[in-house]
Design a protein around this ligand. Structure first.
Ligand code: HEM
Length: 479
């Protein structure tokens, strides 16, 4: 009879005592940093808060994420000591929020399971695969230019056509990833796009809603069922391609991602068909929004910086010569070094991956005064570090040449758009080649013009612009 009231009183007290004991245990280790309480009402507010911190040269603070202590850092020393070590590759419990989508995959797993997956997934990016990707990038980027031409002919004011470039680039990038990793063409591009975009929206909402973060309560929300339907749709789509694939004999001369996974499945006990589907879906998701927004922000930056745009154009013309309307080979892409700086600078200003975290399995000595305790979650803020005025003078300005400074050779931990170390982005080179190809094809055909559009930036799973990415396109006469 007294049990219920007893439990109602005693359980909250025990939970509070437990939380306080964790708080004080970690406070002892972390009291050299400020304590901050994190709260934001919207994903836009998160971005604004980060940028205010960046202006103030933010380095470190600690907080409690529910019962979990976390260090939030934009300090190169922390990037170096943690991401630079092969020991600290474990992702914290906060990644559980996305487990329905990524559980079991390379993005989510830790320890030996992750190591084993990283080994076989890396073979999907070998030299032969890269050459195949470049073919896909060329073909689909040409198609993007053709589609833009159609739009411009229909909708032209003063030779300048205002477009939300993100809406065009996302079709192209979805084809890139789908064809690269499934070796198949998309049946229903619009349907797939809608579903993938909706999934990103759901994840953004999830990070803002405490009920959705916990499995027990999430189950009772509408979003849970929408998410489930989308995941099932994507799985059955990929399964169809796998079935087609299994009917044909794998061509070992021209092995590609899907075949590589199906082949690995024969000898690797840890890989079954469900995981093959999940790994492929991961590549589509991880490669899509990040690359789409990076390309869109890059074109936007160039529209605002015509002198830099001209230098890029001159580099393209000087390397491609008279073959500028033809296939752009991997070698030619590699030769364009100034474009590399421009992409770096664009990713510095608009860092698509604004945060990622690691869980410390053991103490980490940072300096004589600072030792981070085992059990701590460390959340890295590369976008804040990239705007620190001490590291990047005039951080708001678009200056690709800044990356020529020798300090970037001396300290690679001051720049981390793709994360760093052994668990950095597996698709880094893939993304760079895709971005370069689209940029070159567009610049060969259009001049990018500033249309005074101000981005409304928000931190979802990637950095997004809530009001699109608008630029002006002016047809080049000389090509
Ligand atoms: C400009 C585009 C891209 C950016 C800025 C980017 C950024 C990142 C970042 C910051 C991480 C670390 C995330 C974390 O540790 O929580 C990451 C991981 C990852 N990325 Fe990318 N990414 C891009 C494109 C791609 C592409 C095209 C693919 C696939 C083809 C891809 C696949 C992955 C995967 C699978 C991981 C997890 C790797 C692991 O945990 O071992 N990314 N990416």
């Amino acid at each position: 009879m007294f049990l219920l009231p007893f439990l109602i009183v005693i359980i909250p007290i025990l939970v509070i005592v437990w939380l306080y004991s964790i708080y004080f245990r970690y406070k002892k280790h972390l009291n050299q940093f400020n304590y901050v309480k994190i709260s934001a009402k919207s994903t836009k507010e998160i971005y604004d808060l980060l940028m205010i911190q960046a202006k103030n040269g933010f380095k470190n603070a600690w907080t409690m994420l529910g019962p979990y202590p976390a260090l939030i850092t934009a300090d190169p020393k922390m990037f170096n000591k943690i991401l630079g070590s092969i020991k600290h590759i474990t992702k914290p419990i906060t990644y559980k929020a996305f487990e329905n989508s990524v559980k079991g995959t390379l993005f989510y797993e830790n320890g030996l399971i992750w190591k084993n997956q990283r080994r076989y997934m890396t073979t999907a990016f070998d030299q032969n695969a890269v050459l195949r990707f470049v073919n896909i990038f060329n073909k689909r980027a040409d198609e993007l230019v053709d589609n833009l031409k159609l739009e411009i002919e229909h909708n032209n004011v003063n030779n300048i056509n205002v477009v939300d470039i993100k809406e065009h680039v996302d079709n192209t990038v979805l084809k890139f990833v789908y064809e690269s990793f499934l070796d198949d063409e998309i049946d229903d591009l619009k349907g797939l796009m809608k579903k993938i975009n909706l999934l990103s929206r759901l994840y953004a909402e999830k990070t803002m809603n405490i009920f959705e973060l916990f499995k027990v309560t999430y189950f009772f929300t509408r979003n849970y069922w929408i998410e489930r339907n989308i995941i099932n749709y994507l799985h059955s789509n990929i399964k169809k391609v796998i079935n087609k694939r299994l009917k044909n004999k794998i061509n070992m001369e021209k092995i590609i991602f899907i075949d590589m996974l199906l082949n690995e499945m024969k000898t690797n006990q840890t890989l079954d068909e469900d995981l093959v589907i999940r790994q492929i879906k991961l590549m589509l998701e991880a490669g899509f929004d990040t690359t789409t927004y990076t390309i869109s922000f890059l074109l936007y930056n160039l529209s605002k910086n015509p002198k830099i745009q001209e230098k890029v154009f001159n580099e393209i013309v000087s390397i491609l010569g008279d073959n500028r309307n033809e296939f752009i080979s991997f070698e030619k892409l590699k030769e364009m070094k100034y474009i590399d700086l421009v992409i770096k600078e664009s990713l510095r200003i608009y860092t698509t991956g604004q945060m990622f975290s690691r869980y410390l399995l053991e103490d980490v000595k940072i300096s004589d005064e600072i030792t981070l305790p085992q059990g701590l979650t460390v959340t890295f803020l590369p976008g804040v570090m990239h705007r620190n005025p001490d590291l990047y003078p005039n951080p708001e300005e678009f200056i690709p040449e800044r990356f020529k400074d020798k300090k970037f050779k001396e300290n690679r931990f001051i720049y981390a758009p793709f994360c760093l170390g052994v668990r950095q982005c597996i698709g880094k080179q893939y993304a760079q080649l895709a971005i370069k190809t689209v940029l070159i094809k567009i610049l060969l055909n259009y001049e990018l013009v500033d249309v005074q559009h101000e981005l409304c930036l928000a931190v979802e799973l990637t950095l997004v612009s809530e009001n699109g990415v608008k630029i002006g396109l002016k047809k080049r006469e000389s090509t």
